[in-house]
Design a protein around this ligand. Structure first.
Ligand code: BG6
Length: 292
């Protein structure tokens, strides 16, 4: 059906009531609601939904480059291309019937920028119970025998009640690249992460499970990831927020990006080889004493 500004979108529904919305522009998940109809992702009230600008919020897909780790535009170009629907996708191996497969192949213009041929299949699925599952399969289809190398992220914007009350568990004591300090490498000290200023860090070699605890909402997001060794944590805070045209000045209080990624060791694929990166998100009510 049609979304904002007439852009095509697909709505997934799961029998118990949870939903997800995916725009073909960017294969961008812009909404994920639980069975109470509560929105779990953050999308800016100033998001433009206007190509070629990427949508601010939801889950942009960063490919073939994460951030400024290379010579391409920031976060690559997959997030501002129109993807197509695979109307005859391979069957789903689990019990979810609510899924969509989107496909990206390079245009002639893309080949000028990044001289490779590939097929990128992104499957977005709602599991029973409302979990959101994203599976990317990227295959090198180069006919010239050449390998290619890429970095990647699911740039997930979570909706949180108050960033000052949020804790992230699973990244403590890990090495990270500080994107605010010229990608300088440091080690995280101490306890679970809390937030009181701008943060832009790429944690390297993280556990497969990361949790975001939102005490005020009594909700915990659990990320489970496979094939995605790294995790980026980003919040622009007030000053940076003011410089972003498609982001409200105070919206930083209500979002946190925790991005399952491949940054530290880029993926190289030979022709015919395929890479798979999977992210599973669940939102569970947290008990009163969790994290204390
Ligand atoms: C994060 C990066 O993933 O995305 C930040 O680590 C960046 O450095 C942020 O500012 C937003 O990027 P963009 O291109 O969507 O404004």
């Amino acid at each position: 059906c049609k979304g904002i500004n007439g852009l095509d979108k697909v709505v997934l529904r799961e029998p118990r009531g949870s939903t997800a919305e995916v725009y073909l522009y960017g294969a961008h998940v812009t909404s994920w609601k639980n069975d109470h109809g509560e929105e779990l992702l953050f999308v800016s009230s100033k998001a433009m939904f206007k190509p070629p600008k990427a949508i601010r919020g939801g889950i942009p897909v960063c490919f073939p480059q994460f951030g400024s780790h290379g010579s391409l535009e920031q976060h690559g170009f997959a997030r501002n291309r129109f993807w197509s629907i695979d109307t005859d996708p391979p069957p789903f191996p689990t019990n979810s019937k609510s899924f969509i497969d989107l496909i990206l192949k390079p245009s002639e213009e893309d080949v000028q920028k990044w001289p490779h041929s590939y097929e990128f299949r992104l499957r977005v699925a709602l599991g029973t119970g409302g979990d959101l599952m994203l599976t990317s399969r990227i295959r090198n289809t180069n006919a010239d025998g050449k390998p290619f190398t890429f970095t990647f992220a699911y740039h997930t914007y979570f909706s949180v009640s108050d960033i000052s009350e949020v804790r992230v568990e699973g990244l403590e004591t890990l090495d990270y690249l500080d994107n605010l300090q010229n990608k300088e490498r440091s080690t995280e000290q101490g306890d679970a992460l809390t937030f009181e200023s701008e943060v832009d860090k790429t944690y390297l070699g993280t556990p497969t499970k990361i949790a975001i605890l939102d005490h005020e909402k009594k909700r915990t997001f659990v990320l489970r990831k496979d094939g995605l060794p790294d995790a980026v944590v980003w919040n622009p805070w007030d000053k940076k927020a003011k410089t972003m045209a498609d982001f409200g000045d105070d919206e930083y209080k209500h979002m946190l990006c925790v991005e399952a990624a491949v940054v530290g060791k880029p993926i190289t694929l030979k022709p015919g080889e395929e890479w798979k990166g999977r992210l599973e998100l669940s939102a569970v009510p947290s008990s009163y004493c969790s994290g204390q």
